[in-house]
Design a protein around this ligand. Structure first.
Ligand SMILES: [Zn+2]
Length: 220
């Protein structure tokens, strides 16, 4: 477990989780490192549950700087960026994005490429899951760079979905996929269209509301 220790003249030790999902330990000046470690270990259950909750909070929209410790969303999980000396990759491992330290200047491109590739896998998988249940066939999924428009579909049966959507929780990804699939039968937002969506996702309203509220946090 990675944590930052802040020592001061305080007499007690305490652990807290910052808004960025980092673990902060406040300790007295002279407390031995192993005592600090033992304290954190003893509170591991509490720390893990706090971290899990922090990861579900939407990330505030902020310009990307691609610095160590910055949080990136993937399928609704908050994943911390960590640089790895000598690494020649960007990958997601145990909830952390690991990026080769020498690649930092190309981080923006690497993230975009990474997200696009994952978006393709996830969206194609979900289309293959829902299309047969809705009695539809979808010819192709096209990954777009659109901002502010999550999906669209063409009468020829192609779905266009923005790669940024792969930052959203799985239930929200499903909502956009089902919404666009339903447009293959109903090219409007009529009552029949929403009945078609509700037939597969009875709670579609809540998912849509989440998307509207959290849109800014998905603007990577
Ligand atoms: Zn629509």
């Amino acid at each position: 477990m990675d944590y930052t220790v802040i020592r001061s003249r305080r007499r007690t030790i305490a652990v807290e989780i910052t808004r960025n999902g980092e673990i902060l330990v406040r300790a007295p000046l002279r407390l031995a490192d192993r005592e600090v470690k033992a304290f954190v270990e003893r509170h591991r259950g509490w720390v893990d549950s706090k971290l899990a909750r922090a990861r579900q909070q939407p990330v505030q929209a902020a310009p990307r700087r691609f610095r160590e410790g910055e949080m990136f969303l993937f399928l609704g999980m908050r994943c911390r960026l960590r640089f790895v000396a000598g690494g020649e990759y960007l990958r997601l491992e145990n909830g952390e994005f690991l990026l080769g330290a020498d690649l930092a200047s190309r981080a923006g491109d690497l993230f975009r490429t990474w997200y696009r590739a994952r978006a393709r896998e996830v969206f194609e998988d979900r289309v293959a899951h829902f299309a047969p249940r809705m009695g539809l066939s979808c010819r192709a999924v096209r990954i777009t760079d659109a901002r502010g428009r999550w999906g669209s579909c063409s009468p020829s049966g192609t779905l266009n979905i923005a790669w940024r959507l792969v930052m959203a929780p799985p239930g929200v990804v499903d909502y956009v996929i089902v919404h666009e699939l339903a447009h293959l039968v109903e090219m409007n937002h009529s009552r029949r269209f929403w009945d078609c969506v509700a037939g597969v996702l009875p709670d579609h309203r809540a998912r849509r509301a989440w998307l509207r509220e959290n849109e800014p946090s998905l603007d990577g």
